[in-house]
Design a protein around this ligand. Structure first.
Ligand SMILES: Cc1cc2nc3c(=O)[nH]c(=O)nc-3n(C[C@H](O)[C@H](O)[C@H](O)COP(=O)(O)O)c2cc1C
Length: 133
């Protein structure tokens, strides 16, 4: 956390290649448009594909995260940009996210103000599930 590099693209590519030597099962990378849980202003809707060199270099399963929703994730998989897409804030706010995506149901909105509070329930396990019909 809170670390940075003068050339993160080159470092990421080096790491992806170096990890191949150890036959690591998967590599999970966060899009550089995201810092922590904050998506950089004005780039939420962009698909910069900046992880593509690492995706191509890494031999096993590649997982990307950061600013994805259902459509963007499906597109990324269709484009072979990643093998899997992970979700952070949307999963936090929607404990049944796979079900909601399957049904294309509406999502709960996440509450940024409860992301980092110490309460074990509020903002973590109190988001509602879809009502069973
Ligand atoms: C409550 C919360 C806690 C997080 N904690 C961490 C953390 O400890 N370390 C980290 O690298 N990223 C952390 N993240 C960032 C997520 O791992 C993820 O990169 C980010 O939410 C972007 O993905 P998303 O657009 O699907 O939310 C956190 C995000 C949230 C919402």
């Amino acid at each position: 956390m809170e670390s940075e590099d003068s050339d993160p693209d080159a470092l990421g590519l080096y790491m992806a290649k170096a990890l191949n030597k150890f036959n690591i099962l998967y590599l999970h990378m966060i899009e550089p448009r995201v810092i922590g849980s904050r998506v950089l202003e004005g780039v939420e809707n962009e698909a910069p594909h900046r992880l593509l060199p690492m995706r191509k270099a890494f031999k096993n399963t590649f997982i990307a995260a950061g600013g994805y929703n259902r459509n963007k994730a499906n597109q990324a998989i269709a484009d072979n940009y990643a093998d899997l897409i992970a979700f952070g804030r949307l999963f936090l706010a929607n404990p049944d996210l796979p079900k909601r995506y399957e049904l294309d149901a509406p999502l709960n909105k996440y509450n940024r103000s409860t992301f980092y509070i110490p309460d074990p329930v509020i903002g973590y396990t109190d988001y509602p599930f879809l009502q069973e019909a």
